[in-house]
Structure formats: C-alpha cells, structure tokens
Design a protein. Structure first.
Length: 346
C-alpha cells in the first residue's frame, strides 16, 4: 500500500555554472526518500528545464518546496525566476547545511551529496518562504560592493606606483599613467559615495536605520550601509547566532577524541563583505569606546592574540547593529552603568 506523501522538496546545490538538484519526499510515517537527481545549467534556459523536470517528477496535489543555500550572487537569478514563477522557495544562510551534513552518515562530500543534504534538510525543517530583497537594500549592496572593488584596484595601483618609484631609474611615462589610474579610481569612489548618500537621503526608513547604526562608536555610514545591504535589512536573520554564522564570524574548534585539539578559529565561510567592512570599525571602537577597549584587553590578557580580540569586537559590533535595528533604538554608552545602578538601588 502506497503511503501518502506529506512533503516534496527540491534541494539545489548552486555553483557558478551549474545547478545540482535532488528531489526528496516525506511520507505519512515521517520517513524520507531521495528519489531523483539531475544537473542543469545555471542559465535562463536551465531554469526552465529545471522547472519542467521538477513538475514532471512531483505530485501536483502536494506542494513542492525549492531549497538552496545563499551562495554569493550565483543563486540570485534562479531565486528570482522561481519566485516570479510562483514556486515556494527557501534560501538558507551559509553554514546551516554544512552543520546539518555533519549529522548525516555522509563520508564523501560532492555536489550530489550536498544537494541531497539540502533536500533532507528541507524535508525535516519548517522553512520560511523567501521574499525578494527590497530595491533599496539591493542598491545598497551593489554600490558598497562596487566601492570595495574600486578601492581594491586603487590600492593595487598605489602599490604599483610605490614599486615603480622605488626603482633606480623609474620610467616617467609609467609613473604618469599609474597616477592617472589612481586619480580615476579616486573620482569613481567619490561618485559611489555620493550615490550612496543620495540613496540614504531619499529613503526615510533607511536614513533612520543608518543613523541608529552610526550611533555605535566606530561605525560609520559606509559600514552601516554595507551591513544593511548584505543582510537585506536583516530579513533572513532571526538571532545573533545565525547572524555571526552568516558573516563567517562564528568560532569553529577541531577536536579528535580526547587527545587532539586544534585551535579555535572563525569559520570564514560566510559573507566576506561583512567581515571586511567591520575590521577598521573594530580598531576604531577599541581606541574610542571603553566597553570595546575592556573586551580587547581582557581577551589579549587571556590569550595573548590581538587579532582574536579584534575579531571578537567585529562580532560584537555586528550584533549591536542587529540589536539596535530590531529594537529601533540607538546606542547608549551608559547602558551598563544604568543596569548596575538599578540593582544597587534600594
């Protein structure tokens, strides 16, 4: 006797050029089965072929949930296609699937086994449907990423100029051309900053969100804009732990049995733009904010590793931006003193 199908999930492992898809279903007794697998091109044509294949392989009377990880920008075109076509779609923040895969008896990790794990994860969890990011937050992300690339190119040009000028007989033509490149990148960076300021100025909600974030010592407009853009205004984030995982600032510790224990390190598997944009603000916060300075000193005195303390401040700043955004409030430097005085009061 055939069991009733309760749930159908298409787990998608997204790469730059291809989509590895596994179909799974959950039955009435809560048992699960992965029953089909196929690879599609990560193109508009591949999206249509994927949808046609999934429709033929699944029961139309039972809802089909597409599930994928947020993988940089490579998943976005497919996400828009599925959402616009009326399909249910869930996008999971990085590390959730990798953490889940550790609980499975999967010895070899391939694109196929990853898509199967995503399908099983979708069957076992109740996931929220993905919503298109707002146009404002998407523009924020585009502008801040463009600026990051321009600044990187300018830094390379400056290094090239320094190397050229350090030679015994610098080439005057090369030096002049490199200087022109630097001026060009500086002009472009200024144009992007102006576009960011205009975008923030025209949106009252965004302006208020940036202002709240900038009330934190060390956090400026660029940092606030980057964090809000990369998280889509924290739309997919439900708690601090999830946020630090998304940024790749979560701590991982390798341990084997009782004798081999590796150093704890941050995973760096999340959003690199979040980690990068918080580095300089963390250093500024350590210099200007007593709370950050106290955390820095405590960690350095315990472990003797300054970078570990800086990463802890990065994580703290990100969590504070999230908290202020959710509570719709600004940073209060006297918060801890007020709490302590309230306990001391008769």
């Amino acid at each position: 006797m055939n069991q009733k199908t309760l749930k159908q999930v298409a787990g998608i492992d997204v790469a730059q050029d291809e989509l590895v898809v596994s179909l799974g279903r959950m039955y009435g007794d809560l048992s699960t089965e992965i029953y089909s697998h196929r690879v599609f091109a990560n193109t508009a044509k591949g999206f249509c072929e994927l949808a046609d294949w999934a429709n033929k392989q699944t029961d139309p009377a039972v809802g089909l949930q597409f599930v994928m990880e947020a993988t940089g920008v490579y998943h976005e075109s497919l996400a828009y296609f599925l959402a616009d076509s009326g399909y249910n779609l869930s996008i999971v923040v990085p590390n959730k699937i990798s953490n889940y895969m550790r609980t499975l008896a999967t010895k070899t990790i391939t694109d196929k086994t990853a898509s199967q794990a995503i399908a099983r994860f979708g069957m076992e969890r109740k996931l929220e449907n993905w919503k298109r990011p707002s146009k404002t937050f998407k523009q924020l992300r585009q502008l801040t990423r463009e600026r990051d690339q321009i600044v990187g190119l300018r830094t390379m040009a400056k290094n090239h100029l320094h190397a050229e000028q350090a030679e015994a007989e610098p080439n005057a033509g090369s030096v002049a051309r490199i200087k022109k490149q630097i001026l060009f990148f500086t002009k472009q960076e200024a144009e992007i900053r102006s576009a960011l300021q205009e975008l923030i100025k025209l949106n009252e909600e965004l302006k208020a969100a940036v202002k709240r974030s900038c009330s934190i010592p060390g956090v400026g407009v660029l940092t606030a804009a980057t964090v809000l853009g990369e998280t889509n205004g924290f739309d997919l984030i439900r708690n601090k732990k999830q946020l630090t995982s998304y940024a790749g600032l979560d701590v991982q510790e390798k341990q084997s049995g009782t004798s081999v224990k590796g150093k704890a390190r941050i995973s760096k598997k999340g959003n690199k733009y979040l980690r990068k944009c918080l580095h300089m603000p963390a250093l500024t916060s350590i210099r200007t904010d007593e709370r950050s300075k106290a955390i820095f000193v405590r960690i350095v005195s315990r472990h003797g590793i300054k970078m570990k303390a800086v990463v802890a401040i990065q994580r703290k700043l990100l969590e504070m931006i999230y908290t202020l955004h959710k509570q719709q409030t600004t940073y209060d430097p006297d918060y801890l003193k007020k709490i302590e005085s309230s306990y001391a009061a008769p």
